[in-house]
Design a protein around this ligand. Sequence first.
Ligand code: UVW
Length: 284
Amino acid sequence: MEEPRNWGKWGPDDERGTANYITPQVTAQAARLVQRGRTYPLAIQLKAKAPIFPGRHKNWHVATYHNLSGPGRGGSEDILMMHTHGTTHVDALCHVFRDGKLYNGYPATDAIDATGTRKNAISNVGGLVTRGLLVDIAGARGVESLEPHHVIGVDEIEAALAERDLRVRSGDVLLFRTGWLNVWARDAERFDAQQPGIGAEVAHWAGRHEIVAMGADNSAVEAYPTEDRLAVHVEFIRNQGGYLIELLDLEQLAAEGVHEFMFVLAPLNIARGMGSPVTPLAVC
Ligand code: UVW
């Protein structure tokens, strides 16, 4: 197996991984991409019947309220019970490990128990504000969605970016559009059975280019299932300290031809959390 690439790169105590690539200069440069003042929220709707990785429980949402018909003050609030990975979300760096070791070499046995994680928790992320690029593979192929067995490779990504005169740089976030989200509304079973996404070579390529995060409009970012189960998760999260963002809605960005933007993501500050629901924003 290849040596973990980024372990120790930001010190023996690091728990932020590739978020370290986002320097103040990187954020300031991304902010200069905001010209029109348009904001695109990239989350799917959070509700019980919505796309979710197979095997996870559906979200549970119930309201409490009083004094609906008055007179005087009434009120309402609600309770949400869900997987932190149960809708559009970002994976914490503890989410996937191998041979009992988390990103940066932390032993899983010391870190993880039923109360959460002591290492690489989502609360270390803070915020990611950097340049985002839409890599619209379905659009480049002129299809509504890729075939379920389609494994996106590096050549395809570089070609899609070159078509837009874009090149990746250190600190970027890449959002891959497969069109697979479109399948869910028509056929949820097909959506769950297999999905197109990136392959392991892309995770290695992303590491060489100092990519902070990769996201997609499917439920695992990577093609699934594959022979080497969750190989992208292992390489990108555990070996490189990179962030994966699943179940994005990239339709409006694609429809309006927005390929380069300031990307903003702020996970919930969940102590010992292993992921967080998010509404990432593309601003241009
Ligand atoms: C898997 O673990 C497959 O998905 P996610 O990273 O979205 O939680």
